[in-house]
Design a protein around this ligand. Structure first.
Ligand code: ZN
Ligand code: ZN
Length: 444
């Protein structure tokens, strides 16, 4: 029998405020609905208990700045959400289950490669921590992440932007009309991972038909061409027509069909803030689709009374977007600092706004151009008045890139003039060193 794993972690003691959409009871109604429908009694459903991720596991994907200790008091729920994703992912890779659904909160996809705090309700990127764990410990090589949350998965994109072995696809409401304001077709990946990021911004009002059209005619062919060992769905339920934060018009049944089309090995819950009107039904439809059961009878109580873009309208829009995407060619800025090791270094600056606490991070990213590996990454991250450095030696780094990483780290340790801290993220050797001006070196 093909088993479907399910793991609940509602985090009843964590919220961003009593009236915040990301609050304690977000998964309560889902839990009740699944019980009521008797889904948990289906013979193929296997329940798992939550599990805690370690800081070591987080540092494989993300730099907690200025150092991990600063975040210690606020991470409990986040570490359990990430640990739960790891647990179910391991079960999938080991063959204990055919697929699974991680119904945990807090969400994670707005949390990027450098983390100074919470943004878009996210501090730890659950899928990214999972993906890098499976690569480091279970030898999985090629992974695709399909983000179907209504918001652009900017954090996940940031973490894997230079990684040729991770295909990241995000479908979301157009960033000109919704947080976080990114995710356009020209964001296609770094020089060593060109075309391994695919963003499909959709117009507000896109409904089931339009969404399924995009999946069948753009996402699935791209996915098949990549031929991943594992498919992970960042399953945000905020495309639903009752969601208070966004303006898409998907139904619970529409979500069931998305799951059926994508055939993910693992679905990991992201957003979704229509707590009573959508989440119980969308999550039920997804779980039934994963379990190979009929989901067509799942109906949300409210009727869809918002105008939905017809397929006749959306089809030419998507085809034009696809053409625009194809015309965008790689264009990178070569720039290096005086102390950089040999090679071409590609420079890209950008800023990240942390909406939860209201501050800005300024990033200066450099990646070593390489035909043999993902390339060493050097990031200067400024959160005024502090500056931290991330040096990443990627999985399967070639000898030159590995050495470049050690040289950069060595330079930081001896010339740390204006920095408060740094992280050597050595994915190749699975070792993570944190240097902090006051606390010295710590190994994770
Ligand atoms: Zn969302
Ligand atoms: Zn290399």
């Amino acid at each position: 029998m093909k088993r479907t794993g399910i793991l609940f972690f509602p985090a009843f003691d964590w919220s961003l405020g009593d009236f915040h959409p990301e609050r304690e009871e977000r998964l309560l109604y889902t839990q009740e609905q699944l019980f009521e429908e008797g889904v948990l009694d289906l013979p193929q459903i296997k329940q798992f208990s939550p599990c805690v991720a370690s800081i070591h596991q987080v540092l494989r994907a993300q730099a907690l700045l200025p150092n991990p200790r600063v975040h210690a008091d606020t991470l409990d729920a986040h570490l359990i959400a990430a640990g739960s994703a790891i647990l179910l992912g391991e079960a999938r890779v080991r063959g204990d289950i055919a697929n699974g659904f991680v119904l945990a909160r807090p969400p994670g996809h707005h949390s990027g490669g450098t983390v100074w705090g919470n943004r878009g309700f996210c501090t730890i990127n659950n899928e990214a921590v999972l993906v890098n764990h499976l690569r480091a410990r279970l030898g999985v090589k090629k992974i695709a992440i399909i983000d179907t949350d209504v918001h652009h998965g900017d954090g996940t994109q940031d973490i894997f932007y230079h990684d040729p072995n991770v295909l990241f696809i995000s479908l979301h409401q157009d960033g000109r009309t919704l947080y976080p304001g990114t995710g356009f077709v020209n964001e296609k990946g770094g020089p060593n991972a060109w075309e391994q990021t695919l963003n499909i911004p959709l117009p507000p009002g896109t409904g089931d038909e339009g969404y399924h059209y995009v999946l069948e005619n753009w996402v699935l062919p791209r996915l098949q061409a990549f031929a991943p060992d594992l498919i992970i769905n960042s399953a945000g339920q905020d495309n639903h027509f009752t969601d208070p934060l966004a303006s898409m018009n998907l139904t619970a049944g529409g979500y069931g069909r998305i799951t059926e089309l994508l055939q993910p090995d693992l679905a990991v819950l992201e957003g979704g803030y229509s707590i009573e009107g959508a989440l119980p039904y969308v999550n039920l439809a997804i779980l039934l689709a994963l379990a190979g059961e009929d989901y067509h009878h799942v109906r949300e109580p409210q009727k869809l009374d918002r105008p939905v873009l017809s397929l006749a309208t959306i089809k030419p829009y998507i085809e034009a977007l696809k053409k625009q995407h194809q015309t965008i060619k790689p264009s990178f800025t070569i720039r290096k600092k005086a102390f950089f090791p040999t090679g071409n270094w590609i420079y890209s600056p950008h800023s990240v706004y942390y909406d939860t606490e209201g501050f800005q991070e300024n990033r200066h990213d450099y990646v070593r151009q390489c035909n043999h590996c993902a390339g060493t990454v050097y990031i200067e991250s400024d959160r005024s008045p502090h500056k931290s450095i991330l040096v990443r030696i990627p999985f399967q780094a070639c000898p030159e890139c590995e050495q470049a990483g050690y040289d950069l780290w060595d330079h930081l340790l001896h010339h740390s003039d204006d920095c408060i801290s740094g992280l050597l993220q050595n994915q190749l050797q699975d070792k993570f060193s944190v240097w902090h001006r006051k606390e010295g070196l710590t190994l994770f």
